[in-house]
Every structure is written in C-alpha cells, then in structure tokens.
Design a protein around this ligand. Structure first.
Ligand code: PLP
Length: 447
C-alpha cells in the first residue's frame, strides 16, 4: 500500500468511520493507525511498522495470526454451506459438531450450548435464560442479577448493564432494571492495607451483604469474570472464588462465569473457572472460541438450567440470525482442534505462563511500576508517580503510555492507570523476552 493510499484512507476514516470506544474528535486530529496484515504475534501497519501485539487483538487471537488452517476451514465451509440457521427444526453439521466438542471440553455438569454472535449477545442471552429459569421454577420475582463494579460484559444494553463500567452507565441513559453491583476484588487499588486473603474474603462478603439487603427472594444470579479483564486484569486473591461459590450455593442463586476472555486457554485451562475450581451454572463464551478469526459466541448451559428449560420451558423465544453460523462454527471447531493438536494449553501451563510470570515480575523494579501481576497469559502493571507512597499520576498517564507503546512497537492497553497485556497463547520464550524489552522501553519513554 503506497503512502498516497494510506493518507487517503486516513482521511476517509475521519470522514465516515465512528470507531468503537474512541473519542472521534481527538482521533481525527492525528488520524488512525491503519493495520494491514498480521502474522504470528505481530501486526503490521500501512506505514511499514512491525508491532508486537501483546493484546492478541482484543484478548482474542489465542492461536496467533496467519493460520492457513482457519482460512481453509472458512473457505471450505463457505463453498459448501456459507449460511444457514438453526431456528425451529433445522441444524447443520458445523453447529452440531461444535456443540458436541464444547460440551466435551466443559465441566461434566455442562452438556448444552446456545450459540450467539458475540460476547455481548452471550450475556444478553444469559439475562433472558436466567429470568426464564426462575419463572419456570415458579419464582418470577427472582429477577435481580448481581454483577461487579468495573466488570465488563459487553456493550449491548444488557451487557453494559451487567457490567460495572461507570462511564458506560453515565452515557447510556437508564440501564436495564434489576441489575445491582458489588465491590471488585482489586487488592492493589482498594485493599493494600490488608492481607490479600483477608481482602479476598471481604470482597466476597459484599455479595452476601447485597443478597441480604435485596432479600434472597429477589436475587436470581451473580455474574463475574474469573479474572476481570477489561477492568484492568484484576486477579482475585485465592480466598475469593471459593467464598463466592459458597455464598451462591448457600442461597441457591445461579453462578455465571463470564469466560469471554478467560476461556480457551488464557489461564492454561479450557475455562478460567476450572483454574479457580468453581462450578458455574452458565458460562458465556466468545473471542478465543474462534481465536477472533470469525465472530462467534455462545452460552454453555449447565444441567440445572438446561434440564428445566428443555423439560418444562416449551419454546424459548430467543435467538439470533447468526446463532451457530456455519462458517464461524467451522472456524471455531478447527481452532479448537489446533489448540488441542498443538498442545497450546500445555504450552501456556508449562512453558509460557511460568516464564511470562517471572519476566513480567521483573518490571516491578521500574520506577513507574507500583505492582506487576500476572496469571496465565494475562498481565497488569500499576503505574505510580511514587514507588514508596504508591501515589498515582494525574489521569491520562495510561493513555500516554499506551500511545508510547504503539510508537515503540508493542500493543498494550491502558485501563486508567493500569497497563494490561494478553498476548497470543502461542507466544514463545524468545518472544516473551521481546515483549518485556518493549514494555520496559515504553515505560522508560513514559517516565
Ligand atoms: N464479556 C467479557 C468478559 C469481555 O471481555 C467482553 C469483551 O471484551 C465481552 C463480554 C463482550 O464481548 P463482545 O465484544 O464480543 O461483544
């Protein structure tokens, strides 16, 4: 692509394209960076820069870029049956095979999947399923779903309502009714003066308090990401999840683990909830399901919910034109095969995550870093103005650091004053070394 085309593209972008989660006026002052190709863990822009994508796109390109097998799977399926739906009494081989495969990978108590087109649609589906479940149980007053501050469950009205992102709520007008939020288990941000395990229990106890405050007869479910991703890679202390599970069990409320980021190997297991040894009733999935090559999501539905919906629910008036889209399902199936054949989860567990943890922790010595934490292939750096008092910078430091990262040759994302990474799972030790050097150089340039 020549320079003329690139500047023309940039101009057209400013004129016509409203980017997601972007201040368009600010973007238009400089113009966007145009990404033209990708391979392995690298993306390339139209100006000829090679950039290490430490975010795997948006936490999704788990298998890495440039996999011909996925191109072939899409092309083959598009020739044979590019589209058909699964409404009423039809189905097609890719959706059926993918459903079987997913339920084999899922814990034993999960034997069904409802397909969607994205993580947001998966969480919309969850809201409808949860409410239908309690209606069929003869408890229609159980409508409240409890999420967490700073949780992220998507951008549709239901997704944004379940999520606890204050700016989304402020801009969105009235959100869905009957959604409540509790504290997040953010030890560095909110609990540093306490022992982390005590803090984990304290954060979990806010669920119990909320249930008591609302009255258990109104509470339908609790939803959370195993590790809060978009909120800043908030890794809960080990005490947190067992206590959440206990509270859900004790009160009989449904537990929803949003696996959109943690699923498909990010923590070295098929699902993040397996890492924390919890037993969710519902698991929304997307992103790594197809490694982002084509859009597809779903909800893995535990027997407790599925059996009732099937046995007593009659028709469930819910579904999307692209639920289980054959081309997307074929790519997802091939993606899972590749993850299995190439033992990618074992690579994460045994090689990449331990090495990444060691190297990432070294960044804690940088003058700008107050904490460097990681789990699996998720990492976060807390930027601080003073390493001793851990006082923060003025707002804006994260965005500045993110822009500097891009200039330096690495994609990292900023969440307020937290820098996060989530690289492709196929990353090698040598590439992790590069990631650390680029992150360090970007921090140096930000300081
Ligand atoms: N749930 C979680 C945990 C996510 O991180 C995201 C997206 O980042 C979503 C849901 C929404 O997924 P999508 O953007 O595919 O709608």
């Amino acid at each position: 692509m020549d320079t003329h085309n690139t500047s023309e593209l940039r101009r057209e972008d400013s004129r016509h394209h409203l980017h997601p989660f972007t201040d368009t006026k600010e973007l238009n002052e400089k113009g966007c960076r145009i990404i033209t190709k990708a391979d392995g863990i690298y993306i390339y822009d139209a100006d000829g820069h090679k950039i290490l994508d430490a975010m795997a796109g948006l936490w999704c390109v788990n298998i890495g870029y440039g996999r011909q097998e996925l191109v072939d799977a899409a092309a083959g399926q598009m020739q044979e049956l590019p589209y058909y739906n699964n409404f009423f009494k039809t189905a097609h081989p890719p959706a059926i095979k993918l459903a079987k495969k997913l339920t084999e990978l899922a814990p034993d108590h999960i034997n069904h999947v409802f397909f969607t087109g994205s993580g947001s649609e998966s969480n919309d589906t969850v809201v409808r399923m949860v409410r239908r479940y309690w209606q069929l149980q003869g408890k229609p007053e159980k409508t409240v779903i409890i999420g967490r501050q700073n949780g992220y469950h998507g951008s549709t009205v239901a997704g944004a309502s379940l999520g606890g992102m204050a700016p989304m709520h402020q801009q969105g007008g009235p959100m869905l009714p009957d959604i409540e939020h509790i504290a997040q288990p953010y030890w560095f941000g909110e609990g540093r003066e306490m022992d982390p395990q005590e803090f984990g229990l304290l954060a979990a106890s806010s669920l119990e308090k909320k249930i008591q405050q609302l009255g258990v007869e109104r509470v339908a479910a609790f939803i959370a990401e195993p590790v809060q991703g978009a909120g800043g890679v908030i890794i809960p202390p080990a005490s947190y999840w067992p206590e959440i599970q206990r509270i859900c069990d004790q009160h009989g409320i449904l537990l929803i683990a949003d696996e959109v980021i943690c699923g498909f190997g990010r923590l070295g297991r098929w699902f993040g909830s397996q890492h924390f040894d919890i037993k969710p009733d519902l698991m929304p999935i997307a992103k790594g399901l197809s490694s982002g090559y084509l859009p597809i999501g779903g909800v893995l539905v535990g027997d407790r919910v599925a059996d009732l919906l099937i046995d007593e629910g009659g028709e469930f008036y819910h579904g999307f034109t692209y639920s289980g889209h054959p081309s997307c399902a074929a790519v997802a199936l091939r993606n899972i095969e590749l993850l299995e054949q190439e033992r990618v989860l074992e690579h994460v567990r045994d090689i990449a995550a331990p090495y990444f943890a060691r190297r990432w922790a070294e960044l804690a010595s940088h003058p700008l870093v107050g904490e460097a934490r990681s789990l699996g292939l998720l990492g976060a750096l807390e930027l601080v103005a003073d390493k001793v008092t851990l006082s923060r910078f003025e707002p804006g430091i994260g965005g500045l650091c993110r822009d500097i990262c891009f200039e330096t040759g690495i994609v990292m994302r900023s969440v307020g004053e937290t820098m996060v990474v989530s690289p492709p799972l196929v990353i090698t030790e040598e590439e992790i070394d590069q990631l650390i050097s680029l992150a360090r150089a970007s921090l140096d340039a930000t300081a």
